[in-house]
Design a protein around this ligand. Structure first.
Ligand code: GDP
Ligand code: ZN
Length: 359
């Protein structure tokens, strides 16, 4: 063996010892605080037959970014992340939830390859879509809320709580960036007294964005909502109190998620766990319920990007190619707003978003 080979071998052995030490440390931790799903989640139809590839196959593990791990060939299994925290995630495979260590930024919805023996995620498979937000404590850090989602349901109410102007638009920008489809769901329509109260929805309907009006209380529109989610991986986004948990309960009578009113006199407290969960509806819709979705700041969207998510601004004749549609002369967008061809509320919302970005 040459000197070089000896050196390399020594290096690899040292690396393997380090890995083993790390893995052992983790295993102890997992055993010490063994995870048990809260009772109501067990009732909540855990996805026990999610289509994960069931056969373990042989392969060399890959770390985040495709780096090959240095260990020998090992049995890897495919699974789906149903809960993700810092440095760990719960992977669902053959109906079992396995808590694994992860060096990468595994998010709920991720398809991963993991080693059941080492309880470690070795590879995050490429994501189809990514819904991110900026970290509330450090705006420069990205936090992936969910991956591979097909639809983001933008839930809000017009009354109790009232609609905050521009809120839907902020969500739509984040959804547009994620690559998932957007669906606007206005809940609590039982509280409305006249048809005029639906006016804030008109711009979205004009743009061809699906808008569903429903009430978790009366059941109106719930069938339509269920139909539009059938067979898709979805996430419900919206402020606290708009009725996301109530909608999930209404969509599936097997669910018994706590809602705000229930919990006020309830010792167990509200459905305020810091973990996320994945539910499957009888029609095959899978819904990620994640606390991170309640409020989210735009990630990696600068002022120049914002206008790209306003489809009604496209193909307007502006004098400047890079017109921001704010102060420039001969602006086609401003003209269209004047002529009533672009909803004033949407344009004003756009200006407000730009304003908050420059603050
Ligand atoms: P979340 O924070 O978005 O999950 O909202 P919750 O599901 O906890 O609901 C917040 C409050 O709104 C609770 O008091 C619910 O009973 C109430 N609520 C939910 N959906 C409806 C609805 O369709 N109509 C009415 N009137 N109240 C509702
Ligand atoms: Zn312009």
């Amino acid at each position: 063996m040459s000197r070089e080979e000896r050196k390399l071998r020594k290096h690899l052995e040292e690396h393997a010892r380090r890995e083993l030490r790390k893995a052992n440390k983790h295993m102890t931790k997992v055993r010490a605080g063994e995870w048990k799903p809260p009772r109501e989640r067990m009732d909540a139809r855990w996805i026990d037959d999610f289509e994960t590839s069931q056969e373990a196959d042989q392969g060399v593990g890959c770390g985040p970014g495709g780096r090959p791990t240095k260990q020998k060939r090992m049995a890897l299994t495919n699974g789906m992340v149903v809960e993700a925290g810092l440095g760990f995630c719960d992977v669902l495979c053959n109906g079992e939830r396995v808590r694994c260590r992860t060096d990468g930024d595994a998010a709920t919805g991720d398809q991963v390859r993991f080693s059941p023996e080492r309880r470690r995620v070795e590879e995050i498979l490429p994501r189809r879509t990514v819904l991110s937000r900026s970290d509330p404590h450090n705006r420069r850090v990205e936090r992936v809320i969910a991956a591979n989602i097909d639809v983001v349901v933008n839930v809000f109410s017009l009354k109790n709580p009232p609609l905050r102007p521009g809120l839907i638009d902020r969500y739509l920008i984040a959804i547009g960036k994620s690559g998932a489809e957007a669906l606007v769901c206005v809940n609590k329509i039982d509280l409305l007294e006249s048809a005029e109260e639906f006016e804030p929805l008109l711009p979205y309907e004009t743009l061809g964005i699906p808008v569903i009006r429903c009430s978790a209380s009366t059941g109106e529109g719930i069938g339509e909502l269920a139909d539009s989610l059938a067979g898709k991986l979805c996430v419900f986004a919206g402020h606290s109190g708009v009725g996301k948990s109530s909608l999930l309960n209404a969509l599936d009578s097997g669910l018994t998620l706590d809602t705000a009113a229930v919990s006020s006199g309830n010792q167990r407290g509200r459905h305020t766990t810091t973990s996320s969960a994945l539910y499957r509806l009888p029609n095959g819709a899978m819904i990620i319920d994640t606390p991170g979705i309640r409020e989210f700041g735009l990630w990696d969207v600068g002022p120049a990007d914002v206008r790209r998510y306003y489809s009604e601004f496209e193909k307007r004749a502006c004098a400047f190619g890079d017109c921001s549609h704010t102060h420039e002369p001969d602006c086609g967008v401003k003209a269209a707003v004047e002529e009533g061809k672009i909803a004033k509320a949407r344009y004003e919302g756009y200006l407000r978003i730009l304003q908050t970005m420059s603050d």
